[in-house]
Design a protein around this ligand. Structure first.
Ligand code: FAD
Ligand code: NAD
Length: 472
């Protein structure tokens, strides 16, 4: 080892929720840790240009929409005047506070944070180029390099009018008209934000429904509400061509719902993300990517090389922050020699639209695809006292059961606050709770959490506030 090479017990490549969570745990357990990332501070995509800035802006959108709803309840507010500079400042401050917190937690733990681009020299060594440059030899390494937006080859991708989630979150301006390509998580979350801030938003989606893969009954309340917020939703449609003109982007469409070509001020491409497995010398380690571009790992997130682990978006779907965090912890536990495994029954998914959609465990769609026999029970939020007091009866609680045992296999929610409520579903599925367990646990009144207990009661044909149509 050349004298200029630093030796460390653990090198963590990528400081997103997977990487920093793992680095923090490893340092707390006494390992000497180097954490490398190309940003000046930890947080990754999630904190710098993903989960957190988008949720700050979605909060504003929710305030705007709630103020509009209030008119029906006898409270009339003026239409919002958007001070874009202040909005940006508020979002950036929120992100900045969290970045500051993570940076101090890193220092307090004695982690050597290195800003720069990391490249594997070989399977034992990483070279970092940038402000924190250096060469590092490690005992173990965690690869948590995340993912990046998929680009469409026919888009004028260099044009300032073509946005991805990062540039859309920078919120340089509020375009008059915005076309969003992709009706998935990002398209719907950022579509909600821009529409609430004043853009005329069109969403074009390739498949026959928004959020493909999600149970249709959960998507319905969202589809209904966004129909009033967005200018149009084009399903079964794709963008055929895009031409930049002096005043905008001229877009032509193909497919079932294809309208005539239209001009838009901006186009946001949100057609998925791909794992970031290239560009950092992975080939120098001998690890090969799988056919979908992910780094193959086992149940402790170990790669084919026993001292190299991979986790988070680069190691497989779902590409969600909390999944990355748990995987990172499992990888560190494995390095410490503890008995551990990444084998969750329920990874929650939340789409932070209005209403929110959340699910965990087995969905009805998955059960059908896998040929599994399941039973379901549902409770419409129009029968929930709490949802009505909030003027938001547009929601649904749904449970998926194993028929013989009544064990809860999956939970689905649509409605305001569904993202917080799904945590109960995660516990139910992970702990193997039955419908009886949920029905007999006393839920506070009046809350939307009661809908979970009432859905479980409804499975047996009796719930206080709703008669299950198929159980009588
Ligand atoms: P990342 O967070 O992607 O971090 C990887 C880091 O490694 C990055 O900073 C990257 O620049 C750095 N890096 C990569 N290669 C190198 C290298 N060679 N050298 C140095 N540094 C490198 N998930 C949720 O669960 N909830 C949400 O609400 C949510 N909202 C989202 C909103 C948006 C707009 C986007 C884009 C994503 C959102 N996600 C959300 C997904 C979430 O951001 C990811 O699942 C999560 O960030 C993955 O974490 P990670 O640790 O795998 O990697
Ligand atoms: P996505 O996979 O959620 O949605 C992409 C959508 O684009 C799909 O509906 C797909 O059918 C459609 N599509 C694909 N090609 C198309 C084309 N040519 N024309 C029209 N439609 C097309 O992807 P995303 O919205 O880009 O988000 C990427 C990932 O980031 C998500 O899958 C998720 O893992 C993560 N994310 C999570 C959250 C959250 O947890 N709330 C928020 C944002 C992003």
């Amino acid at each position: 080892m050349p004298s200029s090479t630093h030796r460390t017990q653990l090198l963590v490549l990528g400081a997103g929720p997977g990487g920093y969570g793992a680095a923090f745990l490893a340092a707390d357990r006494g390992l000497d840790v180097v954490l490398v990332n190309d940003d000046a501070a930890p947080g990754g995509v999630c904190l710098h240009r993903g989960c957190i800035p988008s949720k700050a802006l979605l909060h504003l959108a929710h305030v705007v929409e709630t103020a509009r709803d209030a008119e029906q309840w006898g409270l009339t507010f003026a239409e919002p005047a958007v001070d874009l500079e202040k909005v940006r400042a508020w979002k950036d401050k929120t992100v900045g506070n969290l970045i500051g917190g993570l940076s101090s937690l890193c220092k307090l733990r004695g982690i050597d944070y290195r800003q720069g681009w990391a490249t594997f020299v070989d399977a034992q060594t990483v070279r970092v180029e940038g402000p924190g440059e250096g060469t590092f030899a490690f005992d173990n390494c965690l690869i948590a390099t995340g993912s990046e937006p998929v680009k469409l080859p026919f888009m004028p991708n260099e044009s300032h009018r073509v946005l991805d989630s990062t540039s859309a979150l920078a919120l340089k301006e509020i375009p008059e008209s915005l076309l969003i390509v992709g009706g998935g998580y990002i398209g719907l979350e950022l579509g909600t934000v821009y529409a609430a801030l004043g853009s005329t938003v069109t969403v074009v989606e390739l498949t026959d429904g928004l959020l493909p893969g999600c149970d249709r009954d959960l998507v319905r309340p969202l589809q209904k509400r966004v129909a009033g917020l967005l200018d149009s939703i084009l399903l079964n449609t794709k963008v055929a061509a895009v031409k930049e003109t002096r005043t905008g982007l001229e877009v032509s469409f193909e497919g079932e719902g294809a309208p005539a070509s239209q001009s838009f001020d901006r186009v946001l491409v949100a057609v998925g993300r791909r794992p970031r497995g290239n560009g950092f010398g992975l080939e120098n380690t001998g690890i090969a990517l799988n056919e979908r571009g992910f780094i193959p790992v086992n149940e402790t997130r170990q790669t084919v090389l026993p001292h190299l682990y991979a986790l988070g978006d680069v190691a497989g779907e779902p590409m969600l922050a909390h999944k990355a965090t748990r995987e990172g912890k499992v990888a560190v536990e494995a390095i410490l020699g503890e008995a551990t495994v990444f084998d969750p029954r329920a990874i929650p998914a939340v789409v932070f639209t209005d209403p929110e959609i959340a699910w965990c465990g087995l969905t009805e769609t998955q059960a059908k695809a896998q040929g599994l026999t399941v039973e379901t029970a549902k409770f419409p939020w129009s029968a929930s006292g709490r949802a009505l007091t909030m003027g938001r009866p547009d929601g649904l609680t749904k449970l998926v059961f194993e028929p013989e045992t009544h064990v809860v296999l999956g939970v689905g929610l649509a409605g305001v606050g569904a993202g917080e409520l799904i945590a109960e579903g995660v516990l139910a599925v992970e702990f193997g709770a039955t419908a009886e367990d949920l029905a007999m646990s006393i839920h506070p009144h009046p809350t939307r959490s009661e809908t979970v207990a009432e859905t479980a009661e409804g499975h047996f044909g009796q719930s206080t506030h709703y008669r299950q149509p198929d159980k009588h």
